[in-house]
Design a protein. Structure first.
Length: 452
């Protein structure tokens, strides 16, 4: 019997075809048998310059409290949506605003790898910040990435023409993982070296290539069938039926295109100047959406100028120089960050709309997804990281209590890593001790966030 997907792939001897077949094999079998295997997905979106409770995050009906451990616990649905969240206002009933979680990982302008790990003040060597521990995205990806071609897809932007940069994602101590900051490199990584998707004709050609690959796999299955008998032949027939059903659906699907997205040619030239940050991020968000929707990965990490914000971001180039995102008056900071939030959340709203069209069992891909939207520097541009506001969008298939509440913990009550344990558990990677040995006491998943 084919006891595991890997055993099946190995017996198939597919070579390059296995890259496509591997993430789909379990699903084909399940669909052929009438079973449903929904996949949970998680997106971490980090930005620089803090998420100020007073200037940006807190609804106007709620007193923000001072940053210096002078705020009160709050749990309510009775509030006006903060202005920064307007691009996702239609998703209010699937959002959860969380404040008051400590993660005193150090760093003046960024928590660097401590942002997602809850470990140690940042240390630096000649290459930059040193990763102290595994980050939550990679902790989750080790499990959710076992059945996808890409364990995770990590990308981001800064104002320089870097090809990649390490600042927030890590596989473990001293194991940083760079986020790709060049759209051409991300395109090549996800879709191969050929530049596709410049017009509908090329997209149709790409569909034909996908169809040809599926046909080749179909041929391999039929070839193997001749050498099998009994239970193995029956199992193989299930694979073949599922494959043919999958191909038929792909031929008829119009709203979901799993070929490479259309990207301006200038952004696909690795050697060219890589243009405005907004253009780069928008192009890479389109690629990341395809990766999630089409089963290439279940974990996205997006880093918008994380690390030293003085170096990497002093304004959004396409929308004018917003220079006071870190300095200046609170009103100047609020106006600058509002520009950023509306752009970032607008891109996420576009991603959500596309994922909502893709079936995943009896739900959509979006229904089984959660987005964690936060700064890499806690509650301020110069932050003590004592309360770390963040926004959850989506309920991970009903596992999270993302129901339109504003939830704030009292000072010192709970840690950011407890929120991470909640998210990991919700997406099928249960843990009660993520961040253990780090800078805060670990108490496990938050009952106010995770459904029992």
């Amino acid at each position: 019997m084919f006891n595991t997907r890997r055993h099946f792939i190995r017996r198939m001897g597919l070579g390059a075809g296995a890259t496509l077949l591997a993430p789909l094999a379990n699903r084909w079998i399940a669909e052929a048998q009438g079973a449903v295997l929904p996949q949970k997905r998680v997106v971490f979106f980090l930005f620089s310059n803090g998420f100020s409770p007073a200037a940006t995050f807190t609804p106007k009906e709620i007193a923000p409290g001072k940053v210096e451990r002078d705020w009160t616990a709050v749990e309510t649905k009775d509030f006006t949506l903060p202005a920064f969240a307007q691009p996702v206002a239609h998703l209010r009933d699937k959002m959860l605003f969380v404040d008051g979680l400590a993660n005193r990982c150090g760093g003046q302008h960024s928590g660097y790898f401590g942002s997602l790990s809850g470990h140690l003040p940042p240390q630096f060597d000649e290459k930059g910040a040193v990763a102290p521990a595994i980050t939550i995205d990679q902790h989750i990806a080790k499990s959710l990435g076992q059945t996808t071609p890409k364990t995770s897809v990590l990308f981001g932007v800064n104002k320089y023409a870097d090809r990649s940069i390490s600042s927030v994602f890590a596989a473990g101590p001293k194991q940083p993982i760079a986020q790709i900051t060049n759209p051409a490199l991300l395109y090549k990584d996800l879709f191969g070296g050929a530049v596709l998707g410049q017009d509908r004709t090329q997209q149709e050609l790409a569909k034909l290539e996908t169809s040809a690959l599926l046909g080749s796999i179909n041929h391999d299955i039929k070839r193997m069938r001749a050498s099998l008998a009994g239970p193995e032949k029956e199992k193989l027939d299930q694979h073949l039926s599922a494959l043919e059903a999958f191909k038929a659906r792909q031929d008829n699907v119009k709203i979901v295109d799993c070929t490479a997205p259309v990207v301006p040619p200038a952004l696909l030239d690795e050697k060219a100047e890589i243009g405005h940050m907004e253009d780069r991020l928008e192009a890479m968000m389109d690629m990341g959406t395809v990766a999630l929707a089409c089963g290439m990965t279940n974990v996205l990490g997006i880093a918008a100028n994380t690390g030293n914000s003085h170096v990497y971001w002093h304004g959004m180039s396409r929308n004018g120089n917003v220079a006071n995102a870190g300095h200046g008056t609170q009103d100047e900071y609020a106006a600058a960050m509002q520009t950023y939030h509306h752009f970032f959340l607008g891109l996420l709203a576009k991603m959500i709309a596309k994922l909502s069209l893709v079936k995943d069992g009896d739900k959509s891909v979006w229904d089984n997804t959660v987005i964690v939207y936060m700064s890499c520097n806690g509650e301020a541009h110069h932050s003590r990281k004592q309360r770390w506001p963040l926004l959850l969008i989506g309920d991970a298939g009903g596992a999270l209590k993302a129901d339109g509440r504003f939830l704030r913990y009292a000072p010192g009550q709970r840690a950011l890593v407890d929120l991470y344990s909640s998210v990991a558990t919700a997406v099928g990677v249960p843990t009660d001790d993520f961040g253990k040995g780090g800078v805060e006491a670990v108490k496990g998943p938050l009952s106010e966030v995770l459904k029992s």
